[in-house]
Ligand binder design. Structure first.
Ligand code: NCD
Length: 350
């Protein structure tokens, strides 16, 4: 912890450890980016998520946690499309007894459509005595601004995806799925492929994995969709082992985890560029045949979803594919654990 962080420790929210050089001065436990987490805190969240999952399975979740956050209100405001993140956050907040005001289409149905700045909307929502705002939106830097506004009102802000920047809770659930299958988050070889430039799940996961020893990452994409420099610089600075390439089919038997993503076509404005990138991406479609030579019987195939055409449909039923099962269900457990801890709720171990 550097001295700047230490000096303002009394002020900052507990979830901001200040690790890995990001100075933060927020008072609340906002969830903004994955650099803010430390492995001990992540272990605790994973333990909570396991217990929550057991409560769901046993049917005791309502009795055990259903009143934990009674009387607290959550706004769930999304201006970009979502299925899993939106619903799992909503279910998670309700599971803990919160009152929820969800809007999955806030760009169309709120005053944002009339040109109201996002920062005004956040400030206005804070007037209604919420405890939590879970937000997905596309403006770079808005989460940090929003966290500053929320601090004034004692409201906690959770980043549910900010443009092509980060998606911290997705990275936590991805790592949780790995932990559930391998019983470790260290000493892993991971191929991260697809859209490394605009894919926020990749960015958050790369920063998160960088915190663990023995991690080796191989980033593969067409050159137009290469990983942003700020992330490779971060990995260099923290001496994380990684390589970058445009092909992956030579990496036979190398990876423990194959993490694939779709091209974020909606973020590419120029039609010519879009066409070129779509064409270049054609050779990154994962087939069943690819997998039979690329990864072993114990390896994992992961994807944040939605899948467009970058993974062949025949892979869905492969028992190593976690994207329609463990990643989705684990996401609910992680988000429930995260909200609970934000408000210092202890999850009993069951
Ligand atoms: C991703 C997202 O929105 O960043 N999905 C998700 O939240 N699980 C990935 C994507 O849109 O491609």
């Amino acid at each position: 912890m550097n001295s700047l962080i230490q000096n303002c420790c009394a002020k900052i929210g507990k979830i901001f450890t200040g690790s890995n050089d990001i100075p933060v001065e927020y008072e609340n436990n906002h969830i903004i980016h994955t650099q803010q987490f430390n492995p001990d805190w992540i272990d605790m969240i994973f333990g909570d998520a396991n217990s929550i999952w057991n409560m769901f399975k046993k049917g005791t979740i309502h009795r055990s946690l259903g009143h934990s956050l009674e009387g607290k209100r959550a706004f769930i405001i999304f201006t970009e499309p979502s299925t899993r993140t939106f619903y799992s956050f909503w279910i998670a907040a309700e599971t803990l007894g919160m009152k929820c005001n969800p809007s999955e289409n806030a760009k169309q149905i709120s005053s944002l459509v009339k040109g109201e700045p996002m920062s005004d909307m956040i400030e206005v929502l804070c007037q209604y005595y919420p405890s939590l705002i879970i937000m997905r939106q596309s403006q770079e830097g808005m989460m940090e601004i929003g966290a500053g506004i929320c601090d004034k009102y004692g409201v906690t802000l959770v980043n549910a995806g900010d443009g092509s920047n980060q998606h911290p809770t997705q990275a936590l659930l991805d790592l949780y799925a790995i932990q559930r299958r391998f019983n470790r988050t260290t000493n892993l070889k991971i191929i991260l492929g697809g859209d490394l430039r605009y894919g926020r799940t990749i960015h958050s996961l790369a920063y998160l994995l960088a915190k663990y020893p023995g991690i080796e990452m191989y980033f593969v994409s067409p050159k137009e969709l290469a990983l942003p420099k700020n992330i490779t610089e971060y990995l260099d600075k923290h001496k994380v082992k990684y390589s970058v390439g445009e092909d992956f089919r030579h990496l036979k038997g190398w990876a423990d985890v194959l993490y694939w993503t779709r091209v974020q076509v909606e973020r590419i404005e120029n039609p010519e560029e879009k066409k070129r990138i779509e064409k270049a991406s054609e050779r990154y479609v994962l087939s069943k045949n690819d997998l039979s030579v690329l990864i072993g019987p114990e390896s994992l195939i992961m994807h944040p979803l939605p899948i467009y055409t970058e993974v062949s449909r025949e892979v869905d039923s492969d028992p190593r594919a976690l994207y329609k099962t463990l990643q989705v269900q684990g996401g609910l457990m992680i988000r429930t654990a995260l909200i609970a801890r934000t408000f210092d709720i202890e999850i009993p171990r069951v």
